[in-house]
Design a binder for this molecule. Structure first.
Ligand code: SF4
Length: 96
């Protein structure tokens, strides 16, 4: 349904005929970690995320998975390629 509050005119899954159905009935502004992300939109009420109604939740436990300005670093051990033949032999030895 079309938003009638913060993002007036935009399609939103939380909008209902009785108003915004999101927690508190509104979107929440971006948090400090969002600065630099391309999903930030400037609206009359402040700066908001284009896809998440409450950006602080996306940063609560880790890096926001949709952030465009930061990349998740994969530990080097996980980046090493595993030879499938050797891995197969290793697992076969382990089963005996
Ligand atoms: S996508 Fe994530 S980092 Fe970017 S503005 Fe939204 S909540 Fe913030």
């Amino acid at each position: 349904m079309i938003c009638q509050t913060i993002r007036a005119g935009s399609e939103c899954a939380f909008m209902t005929p009785n108003g915004c159905g999101y927690n508190g009935g509104t979107c929440y502004p971006i948090v400090e970690q969002c600065n630099g992300c391309q999903k930030v939109v400037e609206l009359s009420g402040g700066r908001f995320c284009a896809i998440y109604p409450n950006p602080s939740i996306k940063w609560k436990n880790s890096i926001c998975n949709m952030a465009t300005h930061v990349k998740v670093e994969i530990p080097k051990q996980q980046q090493e390629k595993i030879n499938p033949l050797k891995a197969s032999k290793r697992s076969a030895k382990g089963k005996k």
